[in-house]
Design a protein around this ligand. Structure first.
Ligand code: ADP
Length: 425
């Protein structure tokens, strides 16, 4: 190939450069990528060797990152100082350098030659840059046939240096992303462990407090009834929170299973309205429902789970609606589904937050002034429960006007299976 010049040689060079570009876009593995860049650089610049050196901020020196396979491990143990070396000069001045007669040039760092029993005769080097940052140097050594490095060699090496820099940046970004991901997973695991342990450990003492408080309320003089009620109400609230935590934990551990039974959604809606009537009255909120009079809306689902999901929606609707507001429940069939709506005239949800509120522990920041005592788990639980049935849950809301939550549930297992096919394709 040394004998070839002119257009053919140019086409060959372009093809080889194109090959490197293709490799660059087809793999993220840094080692093989840089190796292929070095190999192509050796070939196209007609050099005895090409190496990539990267700046190591801990030692303040340039470390050999990729070298020709023949010089492998010996060279990779060596580093080059920034002072008194060609590579160091290129790095600190961020400029290319050509040394046509290296044997007599004092700028050449000789230690590497000595260590490898090698003699650097000529050298062409360029800085490796990622945007404004210089990260290292690429060097071609000993132009074959005692020729001089040319302008063409410089251009080829420049192109390859740019590709090497992209490969290195991609690898660094990927490494950072993987590290962040591992850290996130570790934190998520810690959070899950905490939820599992806390909910388990709190359950027993809380049961004792609640049991004894209920017993005491019966026997203490009526003067203390109000205080006892405060204790019981507070403990009940804690119990709900612990149950939420435990539900989430079971769901994560995969311990939650759907146990289907046939029940009437009409009845569940009516019962839920009665269950929350007291809290609604306390807040001066009008709570009612609209269900078909003569249709029980039978559904085959896990009654407890749907009851929890619906309860969470209604509790929120009451919490985030002010006095004189309204909360309404509605149920109807549509195709093989039953849709249950919980509508309120409350404070609504800011646009852009509607999807996030279904995430675990997510609470709308501007709502936190309400001190409603929640933990941001209610909706994620409702979503988990609904999705376990292959159903869907969503919200439509306008800030300051109100919200409409809808749960759409398949009426039976067969419908749930076909829903799974529809939703997952
Ligand atoms: P929690 O109610 O315990 O904070 P949820 O997961 O049930 O947690 O709800 C998450 C957040 O979504 C709430 O903190 C609130 O900001 C918002 N949200 C839920 N339901 C409503 C609603 N009906 N109206 C307005 N905001 C709501």
């Amino acid at each position: 190939m040394t004998g070839q010049t002119g257009p053919l040689r140019r086409t060959e060079r372009l093809e080889r450069l194109l090959e490197v570009s293709r490799t660059l876009s087809s793999t993220l593995e840094l080692g093989p990528l840089l190796q292929s860049i070095v190999d192509v650089a050796v070939e196209l610049t007609d050099s005895e060797a090409v190496s990539i050196l990267l700046y190591d901020s801990s030692s303040g020196e340039l470390r050999f990152e990729t070298v020709p396979a023949t010089q492998g491990s010996d060279l990779q143990k060596l580093s080059v100082p920034l002072e008194n070396s060609v590579a160091g000069w290129i790095f600190t001045h961020t400029k290319p350098m050509v040394v046509q007669d290296a044997a007599t040039d004092p700028r050449v760092f000789r230690k590497v030659d000595h260590a490898l029993h090698f003699q650097t005769r000529s050298l062409l080097g360029l800085p490796l840059r990622i945007r404004a940052e210089t990260i290292g140097v690429i060097e071609a050594v000993n132009k074959r046939g005692s020729a001089h490095y040319t302008e063409d060699d410089l251009k080829v090496l420049e192109t390859l240096a740019a590709q090497a820099a992209i490969a290195i940046e991609n690898a660094r970004l990927l490494a950072r992303l993987q590290q962040a991901n591992t850290e996130l997973m570790r934190l998520d695991r810690m959070k899950s462990d905490f939820i599992a342990i806390a909910s388990h450990e709190l359950r027993t003492p809380l049961g004792l407090i609640l049991g004894h408080a209920t017993f005491l309320k019966e026997v203490v003089p009526p003067d203390y009834a109000e205080q006892m009620d405060v204790i019981i109400k507070g403990s009940m609230r804690l119990k709900t929170l612990v149950e939420d935590m435990s539900t989430i934990s079971h769901k994560e551990e995969g311990q939650s299973r759907v146990r289907r039974e046939l029940f009437s959604m009409t009845k569940m809606v009516i019962d839920t309205v009665s269950r929350f009537q007291e809290s609604a009255v306390e807040k001066q909120i009008e709570l009612g429902c609209d269900v078909p009079e003569n249709d029980p809306l039978m559904i085959e689902a896990d009654r407890d789970k749907i009851e929890v999901a619906l309860g969470n929606l209604v509790r929120n609707a009451i919490t985030f609606t002010d006095a004189q507001g309204q909360v309404g429940l509605k149920a109807e069939t549509e195709g093989g589904y039953i849709k249950v709506f919980v509508v309120d005239t409350g404070i609504g949800i800011p646009s852009g937050e509607a999807d996030k509120i279904f995430d675990r522990f997510y609470q709308v920041e501007s709502h936190l002034t309400r001190r409603h005592g929640g933990m941001g788990l209610g909706l994620s639980i409702a979503k988990a429960m609904v999705e376990m049935h292959n159903g869907q849950i969503w919200v439509e809301s306008k800030e300051g006007t109100g919200s409409l939550f809808c749960m759409m549930l398949p009426v039976n297992e067969r419908q749930a299976s076909s829903a799974a096919r529809v939703f997952h394709t």
